[in-house]
Design a protein around this ligand. Sequence first.
Ligand code: ASP
Ligand code: MG
Length: 429
Amino acid sequence: MKVFKFGGASVKDADGLRNVAAILKMYPGEQLVVVVSAMGKTTNALEKIIESAEYNEAARLCSELENYHTNIAKECIAGEKGVEIVLTIKELIAEVLNLVKNYPHDNQDERYDQIAAYGEKLSLQIVLSYLSSTGIDVVWQDALNNICTDDSFKNANVNFDQTESRVRRNYSASFKQAQVVITEGFIARTKNGKTTTLGREGSDYTAAIMAYSLNAASVTIWKDVPGVLNADPKWFDNTVKIDHLSYQDALELSYYGATVIHPKTIKPLQNRNITLLVKSFLNPGEPGTQIDNKFSQLSTPCFIFKINQALLSISPKDFSFIVEANLSRIFKELAVCKVKVNVMQNSALNFSICMDDDPGKLSALIARLGDDFRVLYNKNLELITIRYYDQPTIDRVTVGKKVLMEHKSRYTVQLVVQPEENGKIPTRK
Ligand code: ASP
Ligand code: MG
C-alpha cells in the first residue's frame, strides 16, 4: 500500500484534477491512500473570512470561494454527479457562514479550526466526485473519524495509539470496498468531537500519520517542483535537485525552514522505516527525491533562508551567570509563550536566541522575562542555514551583509544577518 499526498497546488484547477486522476491510473490494482489538501489558496481565503470584522465582508468572500470551487467542479464533473456536487459545495459554504456568524469568539484558535477545516472538506468532496466519475474505484474515509488529537487548536497533537487503531479498523473495511481510499489532509478531531487542525501545510503530516498507522510501503508527496532542491528558487539562483536524503537531513532541513516538506512529517516515517518520495506531479515518471534511513552525506550544500527574524539578547539583571537556574527559567518562559527557537547561543552573562518575529509572542516573552532579565532585540533580520557548509560558501552568502550571530556545528552553520537591500543570494559563482 502506498500513501499519496496531493497539495493545494496540484488540485488548484480542473487540469490539476485531471492530472491527479492520470497519476492514480498509473498504479492499477495497487491499494492507495490519497490525502488531499484544500484547493489552491483556499486556506488563506478562509483565514480572511475568519478574520473579517463584518459579516457582509465574510459573506462576500464566501461567495467568491463558492464560485471558485463551483467553477472547477462544473468544468470537470458532468451529469447528475455535477448537479449533486454543486449542491454539496453550496451546503458546505452555508455551514462556513453559519460558523462565522454563530461560533463563539471566546477561544479564537478553536473557532479558527472549525472554519479553516472547510478548505479540505470542500476539496475532498470535489476530488472524490471527480475521481469516481472517471471510473476510479474510490471511497472516502473522513479524517475526522480517524485522526484523534488533543485540543491544542491550530497545532493539535496527535494521539498515535488511538489514531492507529481507528485507521486500521476503518481502512481495512474501506479497502474491502475499493482500491483507492481518499481522505482530507490537515484536519482531525478531539475526543470531545471538536475539529482541530495540524498546523499550516499540515497535510504532509496527515500522509505520514496514515502511512505510520497502516505501515505503508511509502509516502509520495506530489509537488510542483521536481523534488527537494538544495535551496528555494524564490531566494536562490542555480538550485539543484537532491536525489537522496537521509531522514536526518530531511528533518534538519525542514525544521530550519525548507518548506518543501512539513517538519512533522519525518518522525512517524522514520519510526516505521517508511520511504518518503517527493515527486513532481507535472512529470510523474521522474524519480524525484527519495528520503529514507540510509545516511549519505550530501555533496552539495543546502541553503535555507528565513526572513522576518528577531534576535534577542537576554541577560540576568542581577549579574548572575547564565547557568542552570536562569536557563531553566528562560526555557520555561519560551515554552509558555510557544516560541520556537531557531538558533541559540550563550556566554557567561548573555543568552541569545533567534526566533520568527511574531510580535505577539515577542512582547509576551519580554513581559514574562522583564522583571529579572534585561532583554534587547533586533528585528528585520534574516537567518541563513547552510547544511554541509564550507568557508567559501559562507563567504558567498554573506557578501555585503552584517553577521550578527554565527553558530556552527559539524554539518550545519546558521547565520543571523542584517538583510541586503534586495536581490537573490547566489548559491554558486
Ligand atoms: N490547506 C492547509 C494549508 O494550506 C494544509 C495544507 O495545505 O497542507 O495550510
Ligand atoms: Mg497548502
